[in-house]
Design a protein around this ligand. Structure first.
Ligand code: BES
Ligand code: MN
Ligand code: ZN
Length: 486
């Protein structure tokens, strides 16, 4: 498990600057005025800082940009990094600047002289998030070591625990998503979730016999070709009063070969991230527990593996969902919706949630539509959709509303069952959402988030190295903070 770097908040100690042996980051105002610690750095470096701040190079830098001065004269530091950032920089700029600091791989201590920066928590969150590295299987890799100390004008206003609660949730998601499928089996996934009980989350694992009894045939059908047993894990965080919980539901396909409708070999290895929805739900639950959220939230994940096998389901099979509706399985590669429909129905029957959001790496079509910038947002409720879009915007996580409509729903008509599991190529992400909507009660405010394009990336972002992003943990946590917490 990847832990966030250790983080200490300290008051400004001018005398500690000269002897600090790691990397020193100094935040400087865009107007080039020297703050008190900057004056100290300038004196130590015999005026080098002031020369730089007066240079064209500095004036050409954008807010959040960094320049690196190696082995600065007069300081014990390995490097002095000057970052241009106004003390009133908005959260998003501060967070991105933190990411820029965190991008440098280091294994030495880091001193961030943040001074009077207002959004210092965002700067530090960005830093901590960007330092993440998935090194579990690198035998020779030097592990990232060293602590971060932030010198700030008002240490009492900064809570490292609040920052770390967010980072640990995001890291939990990223580790799950990055983990290869021979290690993160359905059983291993459930075991890791059981670890959340140490934080006060009530965790239950429903096994195949339980799912059979509940009638979750569409979910079981997806997993029946795999040696790994299908499971549903229920995680309850009861931090609120007596009110019904908000439900989060995640697609947890630990590997998606496509099943008998086998995927092409090229790129199939990417399908190790097909449990991204379940990973995000898990990360949110961890953050809620760590920060002792005053809300009731239940997370449910459907864990299966989609494999071709003598026992696997076939194209043309007809299976009955827990709701009772029958589904003609035209394509065994459209398996996510078959998993989710049973878990969505179970979540509503058991918990009568005040609202419900499911997350899934559901369709390749959403990548064609929105690329890797935004997740698709499908909803039956404008108020909830707007609240989520606002939360996502606040946290800098891309999200874009997509339509639903009866015309799309018609494309799911089957002649042998109540519906088929695919609607053809046109509007593939929307027909997938329409399929899910059939399993959502009309009076339950609901959002489906198609995160196929954003859960894991081939190149780094401002706040994550390449691989799992942890998209959605911050936005969903924000939605709970702003709308469902006492
Ligand atoms: N897990 C995939 C969707 C996916 C694609 C996730 C690319 C991440 C990156 C999903 O189960 C799937 O195979 N969807 C099919 C649906 C089709 C058969 C209707 C697809 O998108 O091709
Ligand atoms: Mn598939
Ligand atoms: Zn899939």
């Amino acid at each position: 498990m990847t832990s966030p770097v250790s983080l200490e908040i300290a008051e400004i100690d001018l005398d500690a600057i000269a002897g600090f042996e790691g990397r020193v980051v100094l935040i400087c105002e865009p107007d080039g005025k020297l703050s008190q610690p900057a004056r100290r750095v300038n004196r130590l470096t015999k005026g080098a800082l002031e020369r730089f701040l007066g240079s064209e190079r500095f004036s050409n830098m954008k807010e959040g940009d960094v320049i690196d001065i190696a082995y600065p004269t007069g300081m014990a530091a390995l490097s002095l990094q000057v970052i241009k950032l106004s003390r009133r920089a908005p959260k998003s700029v501060a967070r991105k600047a933190g990411g820029t600091i965190g991008k440098w791989k280091y294994n030495k201590d880091l001193l961030v002289i943040a001074g009077a920066l207002k959004e210092v928590e965002d700067l530090l969150l960005g830093l901590v998030l960007r330092v993440y590295a998935f090194t579990a299987h690198l035998t020779a890799e030097e592990k990232t070591e060293g602590a971060v100390t932030a010198m700030v004008s008002k240490p009492d206003d900064v809570s490292p625990d609040a920052i770390l609660a967010l980072a640990e949730g995001v890291f939990f998601t990223r580790d799950l998503v990055n983990e290869p499928s021979n290690i993160l089996t359905t059983t291993e996934f459930a075991n890791r979730l059981q670890g959340l009980s140490d934080l006060g989350v009530e965790v239950e694992v429903l096994e195949e016999a339980d799912l059979e009894k509940l009638g979750m045939r569409t979910l079981l059908a997806v997993g029946q070709g795999s040696a790994s047993p299908s499971k549903v894990v229920v995680m309850q965080w009861k931090g609120g009063g007596k009110e019904a919980p908000f439900a989060l539901v995640g697609k947890g396909v630990v590997f998606d070969t496509g099943g008998i409708s086998l995927k092409p070999a090229a790129g199939m290895e990417d399908m190790t991230m097909d449990m991204g929805g379940a990973g995000t739900v898990s990360g949110v639950m961890k953050t809620l527990a760590l920060r002792k959220a005053k809300a009731n939230v239940v997370g449910l994940v459907g864990l299966v593996e989609n494999m071709p096998d003598g026992k696997a389901q076939r194209p043309g099979d007809v299976v009955k969902s827990m709701k009772g509706d029958t589904v003609e399985v035209i394509n065994t590669d459209a398996e996510g919706r078959l998993v989710l429909c049973d878990v969505l129905w179970y979540a509503q029957e058991r918990f009568k949630p005040v609202g419900m959001i499911n997350l899934a790496t559901l369709t390749g079509a959403i990548i064609i539509g929105l690329g890797h910038e935004m997740a698709g947002v499908f909803s039956n409720n404008d108020e909830l959709a707007d609240a989520f879009l606002t939360a996502a915007k606040t946290e800098g996580e891309g999200a874009w509303r997509m339509p639903l409509g009866e015309g799309y729903d018609k494309l799911l008509k089957s002649s042998v069952a109540d519906m088929k599991n695919v609607g053809g190529r046109p509007a593939g992400s929307i027909t997938a959402a329409q399929f899910l909507k059939r399993f959502v009660k009309d009076d339950v405010p609901w959002i489906h988030l198609d995160i196929a394009g954003v859960a894991s990336l081939k190149s780094p972002t401002d706040l994550a190295p390449k691989g799992a992003t942890g998209w959605g943990v911050l936005a969903l946590n924000r939605l709970i903070v702003d709308g469902y917490e006492a």
